[in-house]
Design a protein around this ligand. Structure first.
Ligand code: PAF
Length: 305
């Protein structure tokens, strides 16, 4: 198994992608902050499906611009050796792991991508400036790699919505693919932050996906009933410090007062378990009885959009 080429600079990256550009091969980018897990691996597989024999590039960059607290940035797991192994297993061609100076050569950039009002709700309320940092680095990575396809997980659903919005509003020439959240067997969404949970917190953390599962189960009775069911599920959840639990429309707008049967929605949750902040979300279809038995977010559903 030959591993991916590790490149550290923009010049090396350009040199490695030159052949693909000459021959017109499609290029895929999977932007990550490293600490790769099975969820990331599924993004890489999706990227491969989209570009066939063309190069799949994984970027590994812990972006200081999207962290509020220095402590959070410092404690973010950095595991490049293990990340390279995950990328090798998934047949990734290039891992782009630049240093901070390579991405921000002039220090903090003066011109950044402002997310607009959607950057101030949900995650943005608790993490001011976070999505400005995310969009700025994603715009840079798109500019450096110039991929045909970029793959992001749906776990940070607000991020995915904002990236799609940026690509549309700034006419960026890339297809954005959102991949279904991968889950542990008990339903916990896979996340690089899960390594910070001790065994007791790991058990407590499953309350988030349980609450979302309860919302999905009750969605046929409408958004309010779904939300109440999720709240009820959290009522006695030990160790879970809820930040938000909301049901919105798929674009994160407020739902209409009386949505028609079949209206699509999204249930989103964020909470601290110990000192670890976790987020999760699921799609809902309002007013339509679920087809199968009562569900919680599945650990195996490979659906993607
Ligand atoms: O989702 C992430 O890992 C990061 O926010 C991203 C998209 C790689 C930007 O730093």
């Amino acid at each position: 198994m030959s591993g991916p080429t590790l490149v550290r600079t923009r010049l090396e990256l350009a040199a490695h992608l030159a052949a693909a550009r000459r021959t017109g091969e499609r290029v895929a980018l999977v932007p990550t902050m490293g600490a790769l897990h099975d969820g990331h691996a599924s993004l890489m597989r999706l990227a491969r499906e989209r570009v066939g024999a063309g190069p799949v590039v994984v970027s590994v960059f812990v972006n200081p611009l999207q962290f509020g607290e220095a402590a959070d940035l410092d404690s973010y797991p950095r595991t490049l050796e293990a990340d390279l192994e995950v990328c090798a297993r998934e047949g990734v061609d290039v891992v782009f792991a630049p240093g901070v100076d390579e991405v921000y050569p002039g220090g903090e950039p003066q011109v950044t991508v402002h997310p607009g009002p959607l950057g101030d709700v949900l995650e943005g309320r608790t993490r001011p400036g976070h999505y400005r940092g995310v969009l700025t680095v994603v715009a840079k990575l798109l500019g450096l790699v110039r991929p045909d396809v970029a793959v992001f997980g749906q776990k940070d659903y607000q991020q995915l919505v904002l990236i799609r919005r940026m690509v549309a509003d700034l006419c960026l020439d890339v297809e954005v693919v959102g991949a279904e959240t991968r889950r542990e067997d008990d339903g916990l969404a896979m996340s690089s932050r899960n390594v910070h949970l001790d065994p007791e917190q790991r058990l407590q953390a499953v309350a988030l996906s349980r609450a979302l599962g309860a919302a999905a189960d009750q969605a046929s009775f409408g958004a309010k009933v779904a939300l109440d069911a999720a709240r009820e599920e959290l009522r006695d959840a030990a160790g879970v410090d809820l930040d938000y639990l909301e049901v919105t429309d798929p674009a994160l707008d407020v739902l209409p007062d009386d949505p028609a049967a079949g209206t699509e929605a999204r249930a989103l949750i964020a909470a601290r378990v110990g000192s670890t902040r976790l987020i999760d979300n699921v799609p809902l279809v309002l007013g339509v009885p679920a087809a199968g038995p009562a569900s919680s977010p599945s650990s195996t559903d490979p659906h993607q959009e």
